[in-house]
Design a protein around this ligand. Structure first.
Ligand SMILES: [Zn+2]
Length: 375
């Protein structure tokens, strides 16, 4: 008896979460939701009423069908829940408050940050929550996106090169005790890969690699609409796959890691260029042209290694590669498809990923929403 009651409650909760997850992709009618969840129209309407009453959802005006019984689309109410997004990288940290519809309400930046600054960071986050009058119980948690390798399951950053101050820091425990909310950690590229899922930038793909190149080289892989995760939430570390047996030693213990060549600082070391943007703007210059070609060659080897192992059909470019991504995408696409094992049956497309200044914060916050709505 108690067990069946628990099961009924669980199922109801499961359906509610699926319902909210679906609406996070945009407004949908009750019948469309019923079709996608696989519930009856009546059961979906019951959940809808409950969600409207609970302040999670509201009806919008149907505008696309002028005649007949218009299905009234339901829309999420942004203020129904919030999450904190924290984007930690080699040049500092950005943190923001994101509403249920994915909008960033406020953000702050800490240029110099180390594990000793956790009080400063948590105070800045608490101030943003208070300044927007957000009730604490509406904040479902905080997501941290950081360079890998990291142990997401145990909330620990491991040993990313150039990120020594954070090595082996249990950042989630440190923030959880200060913010008094659930805190999650994931690889920055994996967060962005998950964020792009279902968005038009993927070109409809559910099998893709997101390649993040900036001061490091990171990757996130989505297969059949799910982020690839293994033990310890360890995801694809493309930056630490070797492209040269006798190559440069890497702090990870391997030799010739892709990151040791293709991260922007490593690519430009010893040249007169200091940013990828300068290289792209100076492509008439012989050195810039050579650096661009060298980067395409490095990345092609890494991507082909990955694509011959995991059946992706699309590569999404992120980080510094978003600048003049059209040029990089076409150069990479051409080179990859000259070397790919299965090029004749399934060539790879290269596209720019979701862009915008807030994407790093939004994708980090998505970690917390994802846990909150995990069905
Ligand atoms: Zn390495």
């Amino acid at each position: 008896m108690a067990r069946s009651a628990r099961n009924a409650e669980y199922t109801k909760d499961y359906n509610r979460k699926l319902f909210l997850r679906l609406l996070r992709t945009g407004p949908l009618s009750r019948s469309e939701i019923a079709r996608r969840i696989g519930l009856t129209r009546a059961a979906t309407s019951l959940i809808a009423e409950e969600m409207i009453e609970g302040g999670y959802v509201r009806e919008t005006i149907a505008t696309d069908k002028p005649l007949g019984r218009n299905p009234v689309p339901l829309q999420l109410i942004g203020s129904a829940a919030y999450a904190v997004g924290i984007y930690l990288n080699r040049s500092g940290c950005r943190a923001g408050i994101v509403d249920m519809r994915g909008r960033v309400l406020a953000q702050t930046e800490l240029a110099q940050i180390s594990p000793e600054h956790m009080d400063l960071l948590s105070q800045a986050i608490s101030r943003m929550i208070e300044a927007h009058g957000i009730p604490k119980e509406k904040v479902v948690g905080a997501g941290i996106s950081a360079p890998g390798p990291l142990d997401g399951e145990n909330g620990k950053i491991l040993n990313p090169p150039g990120f020594e101050v954070w090595h082996h820091v249990d950042i989630t425990r440190s923030l959880r005790s200060r913010l008094d909310m659930p805190v999650y950690l994931a690889n920055d590229a994996a967060c962005m890969a998950q964020y792009c899922l279902g968005k038009k930038e993927t070109g409809g793909s559910e099998n893709y690699l997101l390649l993040l190149v900036d001061s490091g080289v990171g990757s996130g892989v989505v297969i059949r609409g799910k982020t690839l995760k293994g033990a310890g939430f360890f995801t694809g570390e493309l930056g630490h796959t070797s492209i040269d047996l006798n190559g440069r030693p890497c702090i990870c213990g391997n030799n010739g890691c892709l990151e040791a060549y293709a991260s922007i600082p490593n690519l430009l070391r010893g040249s007169c260029y200091s940013t990828w943007k300068q290289v792209m703007d100076g492509r008439e210059d012989a050195l810039a042209k050579e650096l661009f070609q060298r980067e395409m060659d490095y990345l092609t080897v890494g991507i082909v290694n990955m694509a011959n192992l995991v059946s992706i059909d699309t590569v999404l470019l992120a980080g510094d590669l978003l600048y003049r991504a059209d040029l990089t995408a076409s150069a990479l696409e051409k080179q990859i498809n000259q070397r790919l094992l299965r090029r004749e049956i399934m060539p790879i497309r290269v596209l720019p990923s979701c862009s915008g200044p807030d994407v790093p914060i939004q994708s980090a916050a998505e970690l917390a929403f994802d846990w909150f709505l995990r069905a």
